[in-house]
Design a protein around this ligand. Structure first.
Ligand SMILES: [Fe+2]
Length: 156
């Protein structure tokens, strides 16, 4: 059974974010399958590491897209949201290194089957939802009228 049911990931109704969250879930499931195979003696550490690298790369890109959108929109709680991203990335890098050194499939299974999906759903339901609402409101707010009067420059 998949770790993350892609159909039940909460939607924030902003296409790029919903798409990133779905891909995050898909990559978590792919890594989980490789870890299960390794625990059952039919997988390989190399396959686990390859899938871990794919999840890690997507997570970096996914966070970068959200952060760029928040910065462009001037989202006031940006530092709080970014701090949570930084924490998740640091933990992911640490777990990847730990597995590379120790080949500890039990520890990685706990991380990928519990810690990461719990974080994903909690984060989407809180920070991402608030962020998406702000971004959507910014996108639909009318722009302030621009000045059309010409300014005559004095010469000398
Ligand atoms: Fe986020």
């Amino acid at each position: 059974m998949a770790i993350v049911d892609l159909e039940t990931i909460p939607e924030v109704n902003l296409a790029f974010m919903d798409s990133d969250h779905r891909e995050e879930g898909r990559l978590i499931n792919a890594l989980g399958e490789a870890v299960v195979a390794l625990r059952e003696g039919r997988g390989s550490p190399g396959d686990v590491q390859k899938r871990f690298a794919a999840l890690d790369a997507h997570t970096h890109a996914h966070f970068a897209r959200e952060e760029a959108a928040m910065e462009r929109a001037g989202f006031p709680p940006y530092p709080v949201h970014k701090a949570e991203h930084d924490h998740v990335v640091a933990e992911m890098v640490y777990e990847g290194r730990w597995f590379a050194e120790h080949r500890d499939a039990e520890r990685l299974w706990a991380y990928v089957s519990q810690a990461v999906p719990t974080w994903l759903v909690g984060h989407v339901e809180s920070m991402d939802l608030v962020t998406a609402r702000f971004l959507a409101a910014r996108a639909t707010r009318p722009r302030p009228a621009t000045a059309t009067r010409r300014v005559r420059l004095s010469r000398g």
